[in-house]
Design a protein around this ligand. Structure first.
Ligand code: ADP
Ligand code: MG
Length: 349
């Protein structure tokens, strides 16, 4: 079901956790709230689930206003970071619980439990207790328990936070597959930008109780609206320049044929993989020479920390196969440069 949140404000004493949040999650969409710790993500989820009453604003599910409906009337499935399974109930009993609450008949419960055990690939674990399962398996039970009653909406609050990297990656794929299969409208929370980029149809970047930008992973990465978003997602070179007419001049680099929205100071985003080096740089309109401060090998790419003759340090990232020689030695001098198509004007600086 479609979720629509409008003008949500939530204060805790002097702290404004949510400062006017508007958001629509389309039916069947996987939308991620991405933001640093304390930005208001969990509070937003609780307001949607009905565990936290907002001071202002509305929550609509489908065509129903549920702003003041109790949590149990919202038909929402939730998964948290700390599994929150019933420790004294078996896997099958944990799965059955939400159905029993809803007064579903015994035979139907048995059928749905079997179906859900298969869905989360725990077919042979029905009689185990949570403490007899690994962290990843417990989280799959929690996921099964959140979807077994056909919720209108699935809410996931940093569900992989406590798991190691490999397990997290396989569960990311599993959750996405399950969400697509069931066509569940999903609101997912993470502070991990990589996880957000991998999983989401759209991402809402949150900071200080507000959504700073909403867009597809590609839009957020390529066209961040502010320094905060540019820095929060991926790595960035933020270049200060001065716009005049159809040109932006950058100290130490020359001028770029680029139309900024207004004359005056302008911030350009140049992703490390878009910075050109060597011969390619020499043919670019904006160029400089730089000293290689450090080369950092990252498996399938290499990152260079560079200090141009004028201006702050910059980062470059180049694809690299393990057998390739390093592109430049530490301490050497390289040409660096960029073209208009390599940069993006950051609208809010
Ligand atoms: P996030 O999930 O993004 O880390 P939260 O929504 O948990 O952020 O918190 C947002 C802000 O609201 C933080 O400053 C937090 O300390 C505050 N906050 C959250 N819940 C409460 C509460 N029950 N009482 C007081 N302050 C709270
Ligand atoms: Mg939180």
């Amino acid at each position: 079901m479609k979720l629509n949140v409008q003008g949500i404000v939530k204060r805790f004493g002097a702290v404004t956790a949510l400062n006017g949040v508007d958001l629509t999650v389309e039916e069947g969409e996987f939308l991620t709230i991405l933001g640093p710790s304390g930005s208001g993500k969990t509070t937003l989820l609780k307001a949607v689930a009905g565990f936290e009453a907002p001071d202002a604003g509305s929550v609509r599910l489908g065509d129903k206003d549920v702003t003041s409906a109790p949590a149990r009337h919202r038909n929402v499935g939730m998964v948290f970071q700390n599994y929150a399974l019933f420790p004294h109930l078996t896997v099958a009993q944990n799965l059955a619980f939400p159905l029993e609450m809803r007064g579903v008949g015994k035979a139907e419960i048995a059928r749905r439990v079997t179906e859900t055990l298969a869905l989360v690939e725990l077919g042979s674990y029905a009689e185990r207790l949570p403490r007899q399962l690994s962290g990843g398996q417990q989280q799959r039970v929690a996921l099964g328990r959140a979807v077994i009653f056909n919720p209108s909406l699935l809410l996931l609050d940093e569900p992989f936070g406590a798991l190691d990297r490999k397990l997290r990656e396989s569960l990311q794929l599993e959750v996405r597959r399950l969400q697509r299969r069931l066509q569940l409208t999903t609101l997912f929370i993470t502070h991990d930008q990589e996880e957000a980029l991998i999983m989401s149809d759209r991402i809402a970047v949150m900071d200080q109780g507000r959504i700073q930008q909403l867009g597809t992973p590609g839009e957020i990465y390529d066209f961040p609206v502010s320094r905060f978003v540019a820095n929060f997602i991926g790595e960035s070179n933020l270049i200060e320049g001065t716009a005049l007419g159809d040109q932006v001049s950058i100290p130490g680099f020359g001028a770029l044929a680029l139309k900024a929205p207004a004359s005056g100071p302008v911030t350009l985003l140049l992703r490390p993989e878009a910075l050109r080096l060597g011969a390619e740089a020499q043919a670019a309109p904006c160029r400089a020479t730089a000293t290689v401060l450090e080369t950092i090998f990252l498996g399938l790419s290499v990152k260079l920390r560079l200090k141009p003759a004028e201006g702050p340090e910059m980062l470059a990232r180049l694809p690299l196969r393990p057998s390739d020689p390093p592109p430049a030695a530490e301490g050497s001098t390289v040409a660096i440069g960029f073209r208009p198509e390599d940069v993006h004007v950051v609208p809010r600086g």
